[in-house]
Every structure is written in structure tokens, then in C-alpha cells.
Design a protein around this ligand. Structure first.
Ligand code: NDP
Length: 405
């Protein structure tokens, strides 16, 4: 067992609940799953020091790693203070060996920060989506980047379906009438439609995108997708899918578009004025992939003009978004904070996945191929399939403008 050379594990997690930790849980337990939809097994660490279904993703939850890391002789530093040069994250980085961060409250690992972390060898994403790491710099520095593939893909697919329905049926304003004490049915239905019969498309049919297509099938909609690799003919036939060679072709025929590609150099800002202008007037976009895949101001303009009838999702850029981020106040949105992939159910899976990765790393065993994004100075595993080399962290320093007050 190796311990001495792994001294410091620096972990960035979101703040504990305002009402205190732990929260009062709504349910006693979560279902036990054994396999993901494609047969991949769930994380299988040697042990877990947490109760599945408990809050693990906030600072006091510590991903359930405290005991394990302490027993391995590591110094485990957990903080939510991650932005700006005086942040705990930046102060602790210079002698950190391993960084763990979640996409929901990302500890951005920019080129400048990687430069300040000469000991850093492993960056683990407790979730899916490693765009908060400058992959180009990680490649150059020989840092291993990995994520817990599949851990929250179904969680996000469920959220995306919920938000498509919320937009098309105009759920949030209707709920608002109930809470305010009114009974204004004409007002409540004046933007409300059935999704049945609409054309619904996904940008990328990977684990999440395909999950969304499968979940939308029973709604009797016409399903479309675009991706770099085409799905099998069997799957296309089973779901009645129309494949589009380009995102331009897809958006021009769809009423609802749900975005599910990773953020990397190829996908940054693809939803700009030009692409949104090709959509049917009154279309809807749901983006649970990454905020920066959309041009922030183009989305606002399209909602204000009516080109888009609605926009929803849970991903922003940067995170947390400054208090004056226009998506907080733009019309006809149904945004949540970045929550889809951090349900209590998902947390149990990614906490176990992080522990499995750490056990492999400490014991000199190979990390599962499907968890790898960068290894040995190149894209690897899932990273080689789904990402491109580059850096999508530019502008992340804006997160320091967020204040809780
Ligand atoms: P997968 O790797 O299974 O799927 C990603 C898909 O995107 C792949 O099919 C890939 O294509 C495709 N893709 C990549 N680049 C392009 C491109 N330029 N154009 C079209 N398709 C492209 O990942 P998941 O489905 O599990 O996750 C997808 C993303 O969702 C994550 O990267 C992350 O950003 C986001 N996510 C968000 C969460 C949240 O909480 N909101 C939680 C989890 C993930 P191929 O491999 O065929 O080349």
C-alpha cells in the first residue's frame, strides 16, 4: 500500500445547507442498482464510509472520504472557497497532489492554477464533465484527469425531460399562480401546449442524450438526433430516430432541442445568434450539458424577441454565476442551479466512484478505462471518444464576482 508520497488531497465542494448539516431527509433509502443501462457496473470501492442517500456533495459530507484518506496518511482539505487569488483553493493548491472537484461548484483548474501546482498528478471530477480543467495544460503536464462516467447520466436525463415538459406546458408560471393565491386559468394556459406530435431533438446521443430519447419515446413525439458517431440501425429503428449530419439541420426542424454534448473546444458557443436564428420561431432549448455551449447574450436576445419560447437547464457559466447574470432574470426561463447531476441518488454513485479511483491510484492499479479523460499526456478512454484537446476555462475568473449576500 502506498501512502507517503500522496500527502495532500484538495477537495472543492459546495456549501452546506443554509439550514445546517445534515439536512432532514425526505426518504429513508434509495434504490440499489447493480448496472447502468449499457451493462457497465456501478462503482465498486473496497468499502464506503457513508450512507447512500445522504448529503455527500457539500463540505461536511466530504464525499464520505475523510476516514479513508486519513487512514491512508493523507491530509484531506475540503473547501467551498474556490474563486479568486485569496481563496482557500488557490492557497492550498501549490502542494496539492490530488484535486477533487464537482462540476456543480467547480474548482476551475486553469493553466495559471496548474502552473502553481507542481505536485499535482491527478484531477478527479466527482461527476461527469471535466471542462473545468484546462485539458491542454493537463496533457502538457502529464496530469491524469478522470471522471465517474455514468454516475449521474440518468439523473440528468430525468431532469432534461422534466424541463422540456416544464417549458412546453409552461409549468413554473402555473405553479406561481397557485402559490400567489390566484386562480387565473386563462393567464396560466396562454403559453401552454402539449408536447405530443412535436419534433424533439438531442444534440449528442451519448449516455444522457440516448437516455433522453428513450424517455421521450412514450410521449409520441418525432425524435431526432445529431452526434459525431451514428447510433446503430437497431436503436434508430427501435426509437424511430431521424439522424442529422449537422446541428444546423437538426435545429431547423425541431420544436424542442435538448443539448447533451460535452463542452470542449468544438462545442463552445455553438448555440449563437446564427444557429438560434435557424430554429423555428417559438422553439425551446433545454441545456443540461454546459452553459458555455450557448452564447449567454444570444439566449437572452432570442427569449426577448420570441425566437425562443423558452429556455431551461441547470448549467451556467461561470459557476456560480454572478448575481447580475442575465439568465437569472430573462423571460420565459425555467432554470435551476446546477442540480441535475447531484441528486442524493447520484451523490452515492459519484462518491463511491471517486473512492474507487483513489483506491486504484494509491494501490497502483489501473483506473477504469471509461473513467479516463486524460492520461499519459494524451486524451484517453472516454476523453479520447467524446472530447477534443483544448481549454474551455476562459472567463471562469468571473465566478469570483458571485456573492451570497
Ligand atoms: P457521453 O460521453 O456518454 O456522451 C457525450 C456525447 O457527445 C458523445 O456521444 C459524443 O460523441 C458527443 N459529442 C461530443 N462532441 C460532439 C460534437 N462536437 N457534436 C456532436 N456530438 C458530440 O457523456 P454523457 O452523455 O454522460 O454526458 C454528456 C455531458 O453532459 C457531459 O460531458 C457534461 O458536460 C454534461 N453533464 C451534465 C451534468 C449536470 O449535472 N447537468 C451531469 C453529467 C453530465 P462521440 O462520443 O460519438 O464522439
Amino acid at each position: 500500500m502506498v501512502t507517503a508520497s500522496f500527502r495532500k488531497v484538495l477537495c472543492v465542494l459546495y456549501d452546506d445547507p443554509v439550514a445546517g448539516f445534515p439536512p432532514v431527509y425526505a426518504r429513508e433509502e434509495i434504490p440499489t442498482l447493480t448496472h447502468y443501462p449499457d451493462g457497465q457496473t456501478l462503482p465498486s470501492p473496497a468499502a464506503r464510509d457513508f450512507t447512500p442517500g445522504h448529503l455527500l456533495g457539500s463540505v461536511s459530507g466530504g464525499l464520505g472520504l475523510e476516514r479513508f484518506l486519513t487512514e491512508r496518511g493523507c491530509r484531506f482539505v475540503v473547501t467551498s472557497d474556490k474563486d479568486g487569488p485569496d481563496s482557500v483553493f488557490e492557497r492550498e493548491l501549490p502542494d496539492a497532489d490530488i484535486v477533487i472537484s464537482q462540476p456543480f461548484w467547480p474548482g476551475y483548474l486553469t493553466a495559471e492554477r496548474i502552473e502553481k501546482a507542481p505536485r499535482l498528478k491527478l484531477a478527479i471530477t466527482a461527476g461527469i464533465g471535466s471542462d473545468h480543467v484546462d485539458l491542454r495544460s493537463a496533457i502538457d503536464r502529464g496530469i491524469t484527469v478522470c471522471e465517474v462516467t455514468w454516475c449521474n447520466s440518468v439523473s440528468v436525463a430525468e431532469h432534461a425531460v422534466m424541463q422540456m415538459l416544464a417549458l412546453v406546458r409552461d409549468y413554473i408560471p402555473q405553479y406561481g399562480w397557485v402559490v400567489r393565491g390566484g386562480w387565473k386559468i386563462a393567464d396560466a394556459v396562454s403559453r401552454s401546449y402539449d408536447i405530443e406530435g412535436m419534433d424533439v431533438g438531442v444534440v449528442a446521443a451519448g449516455r444522457i442524450g440516448l437516455g433522453v430519447l428513450r424517455r421521450m419515446k412514450p410521449f409520441d413525439v418525432n425524435l431526432h438526433y445529431t452526434d459525431r458517431h451514428r447510433l446503430s440501425a437497431d436503436v434508430e429503428q427501435e426509437l424511430g430516430l431521424t439522424f442529422h449530419e449537422s446541428v444546423e439541420s437538426l435545429v431547423s426542424v425541431c420544436d424542442v432541442v435538448s443539448i447533451h454534448c460535452p463542452l470542449h473546444a468544438e462545442t463552445e458557443h455553438i448555440f449563437n445568434d446564427e444557429l438560434i436564428g435557424r430554429m423555428k420561431r417559438g422553439s425551446y432549448i433545454v441545456n443540461t450539458a454546459r452553459g458555455k455551449i450557448c452564447d449567454r447574450d444570444a439566449i437572452v436576445r432570442a427569449l426577448e424577441s420570441g425566437q425562443l419560447a423558452g429556455y431551461a437547464g441547470d448549467v451556467w457559466f461561470p459557476q456560480p454565476p454572478p448575481n447580475d447574470h442575465p439568465w437569472r432574470t430573462m423571460p420565459n426561463h425555467a432554470m435551476t442551479p446546477h442540480t441535475s447531476g447531484t441528486s442524493l441518488s447520484a451523490q452515492a454513485r459519484y462518491a463511491a466512484g471517486v473512492r474507487e479511483i483513489l483506491e486504484c491510484w494509491f494501490d497502483g492499479r489501473a483506473i477504469r478505462e471509461e473513467y479516463l479523460i486524460v492520461q499519459g499526456g494524451a486524451l484517453a478512454g472516454t476523453g479520447a471518444h467524446s472530447y477534443s484537446e483544448g481549454d474551455a476555462t476562459g472567463g471562469s475568473e468571473e465566478a469570483a464576482r458571485f456573492t451570497t449576500g
